[in-house]
Design a binder for this molecule. Structure first.
Ligand code: IMP
Length: 448
C-alpha cells in the first residue's frame, strides 16, 4: 500500500500534520522532490520540531528516505539530524545515491540570479536555498550526486569540471568579485573537495545511502506501508504551476514515481491525498487573482488571517500574501494529481469573520473559466467570480476535535461540502488547529 500526500495549492497547506498523523501507519516516509526549501513544523507531545529537509515521519521512528528527485544540502541534513538527536530522537534517514547535492555555489547563484531577475519582474521570490541552480546542473548533466560524495576521485573530477564554470558565471555574467567577496570558499575547489568528502565519509560510516528505487520496491513487496510526502504544492510545480514563479521540481503525484524509483503503476494503485488550505497563502511573487489586497478593508482582513493563521514563511520568516480559496486552482490540482481524497486545513482560522468568499470561477475575455489557464500572464488577467458563504462563529475547537465532524459549525460543514463536491473527492480530514490532536480525521487512506 502506498499513500501520496500532495499540496493542492501554493505550498504551506499544512501537509506536515497529516503526514505525521497518517505516517503512524506507515513504515517508510519518502520525500521525492525539493530540498531544504520545504518547511514542516510538526508538534508532538507538546514539542515543536521544525524541519526543512528530513522527512517528518523520521520524528515518529519511521525510516525516512530522501529520493533521487530531491536536492540535498548535506550541511542542513546533518544540522537537522544532530538537533533531533540532541532532542532525544534517533532518526533513521536514508539518501538516494542518485539524488543531487546542493553546493555552496548553488546558494550564491540563487541569490544573485534572483536579484538580476528582479529588474524584469521575473524573480520567483525563492527561499535562497540553491534549489533552482542545483536542478539546472542536474538537467545540464554537470551535477554532483550523493553517490559521488562516496568516491573521492569522482568527486574531485566532478568539481574540477563544474566549479570553474560556476565561477565564470558568477564573475563574468553577474560581475561578482569572487576572490574579494564573502563567497570565495563557495567557488574554491580544494575547500569544496575537503568539506564534501567529509560529508561523504559520514554518510558512508552511518550507512545512510541507498539505491532508493530498489530499497523502496523491496520494502513495498515485503508488505511495508509507504507514505510519499510531497513538498511545496501543485501550483508551484515546474510543469503544472504558475511558471516562472515556481519551484524547480515536481510536487505533483507523478513526481512521486520519478523522484523515488517506485513504479507509477504501484503509486497509482495507492491513495493520493490532496492537502487544501481553507484560504490561499503565498510566500513568493507573481499574480494571485483572489488576493486580498485591493482595499483597506481587504488588507485588514488579510492581516487578521495572516496573524491568526501564523502565515509567515517557515524557512524564511517572510509574511505570506493572503487570498480567498481559489477553486479553479483546486480543480486543476484534482485533475493533475488524481486525488482519491482531500484534507482541508485551517478551517478554524476563518471562524468569526464577517464574510467568507471563494473564487468559484474566473472571468477572462468575457468568458467564465472553471480551471486555470496554462500561461501565468493569462492567469494574472483573470478576475475571480466570487461566491459567498455564510460565516461561522468561533467555537471550542478542542471540543470539536473530541466530538468529531458533526460537532463542526453547520456553515463550516457547508463550506467543506462545497470544496469536496467541486473537487469530486471525499474529505479524509479537517484541520482545526496546529497540533496533531487538532485534526478531525474522517478516514485513514491506509485503510481504504
Ligand atoms: P525555491 O524553491 O526556493 O527555488 O523557490 C521557488 C518558489 O517556490 C518561490 O516562490 C518560493 O517562495 C516557493 N517555495 C519554495 N518552497 C516553498 C514551500 O515550502 N512553501 C511555499 N512556497 C515555497
Amino acid at each position: 500500500m502506498t499513500v501520496t500526500i500532495v499540496g493542492s495549492q501554493l505550498g504551506d497547506e499544512g501537509k506536515g500534520a497529516l503526514v505525521d498523523i497518517w505516517g503512524g501507519d506507515a513504515d517508510v516516509v519518502v520525500r521525492y522532490q525539493g530540498g531544504d526549501n520545504a518547511g514542516h513544523t510538526v508538534v508532538q507531545d507538546g514539542t515543536e520540531y521544525k524541519l526543512s529537509l528530513v522527512p517528518s515521519g523520521a520524528i515518529r521512528g519511521k525510516v525516512g528516505v530522501l529520493g533521487n528527485g530531491c536536492v540535498i544540502n548535506p550541511e542542513t541534513l546533518f544540522d537537522e539530524l544532530d538537533t533531533l538527536r540532541d532532542q532525544g530522537l534517533e532518526p533513521d534517514v536514508r539518501l538516494a545515491r542518485r539524488a543531487h547535492v546542493i553546493l555552496p555555489y548553488h546558494r550564491v547563484l540563487d541569490g544573485i540570479e534572483e536579484e538580476a531577475k528582479s529588474d524584469d519582474d521575473l524573480a520567483a521570490g525563492t527561499t535562497g536555498r540553491g534549489i533552482g541552480p542545483t536542478y539546472e546542473d542536474k538537467a545540464g548533466r554537470r551535477g554532483i550526486r550523493v553517490g559521488d560524495l562516496l568516491d573521492p576521485d569522482v568527486l574531485r573530477d566532478r568539481l574540477e569540471y563544474a566549479v570553474p564554470q560556476k565561477r565564470a558565471l558568477a564573475e563574468e555574467i553577474y560581475g561578482l568579485d569572487v576572490e574579494n567577496s564573502e563567497h570565495a570558499d563557495a567557488f574554491d575547489i580544494d575547500h569544496l573537495f575537503a568539506t564534501y568528502r567529509e560529508y561523504g565519509e559520514r554518510l558512508k560510516s552511518e550507512s545512510m545511502t541507498v539505491n532508493a528505487g530498489e530499497f523502496l520496491s523491496d520494502k513495498h513487496t515485503g508488505d511495508d506501508e509507504l507514505l510519499f510526502e510531497g513538498a511545496q504544492g501543485t501550483s508551484i510545480d515546474i510543469d503544472h504551476g504558475i511558471y516562472p514563479y515556481v519551484t524547480s521540481s515536481n510536487p505533483t503525484a507523478g513526481g512521486a514515481a520519478v523522484g523515488s524509483g517506485v513504479a507509477p503503476t504501484v503509486i497509482g494503485q495507492g491513495e493520493v491525498v490532496g492537502i487544501v488550505k481553507a484560504y490561499l497563502s503565498r510566500v513568493g511573487t507573481g499574480p494571485l487573482p483572489t488576493e486580498l489586497d485591493g482595499t483597506d478593508s481587504e488588507e485588514e482582513l488579510a492581516d487578521f488571517i495572516r496573524e491568526k493563521g501564523g502565515e509567515f514563511g517557515t524557512v524564511t520568516g517572510r509574511p505570506r500574501r493572503i487570498g480567498w480559496l481559489d477553486m479553479p486552482m483546486l480543480r486543476h490540482a484534482s485533475r493533475a494529481n488524481g486525488f482519491t481524497g482531500i484534507a482541508v486545513n485551517h478551517i478554524d482560522v476563518l471562524a468569526g469573520l464577517d464574510e467568507i468568499n471563494v473564487g468559484h470561477a474566473y472571468e477572462l475575455d468575457g468568458e467564465e473559466l472553471l480551471t486555470m489557464p496554462a500561461t501565468t500572464e493569462r492567469w494574472g488577467d483573470c478576475e475571480p467570480v466570487l461566491k459567498s458563504f455564510e460565516p461561522w462563529d468561533e467555537v471550542d475547537w478542542t471540543a470539536v476535535a473530541e466530538e468529531g465532524y458533526e460537532a463542526m459549525p453547520a456553515n463550516a460543514r457547508e463550506y467543506l461540502d462545497y470544496i469536496s463536491d467541486e473537487m469530486s473527492t471525499p474529505i479524509y480530514a479537517v484541520g482545526i488547529g496546529p497540533g496533531r490532536d487538532e485534526t478531525v480525521v474522517l478516514d485513514n487512506p491506509f485503510e481504504q
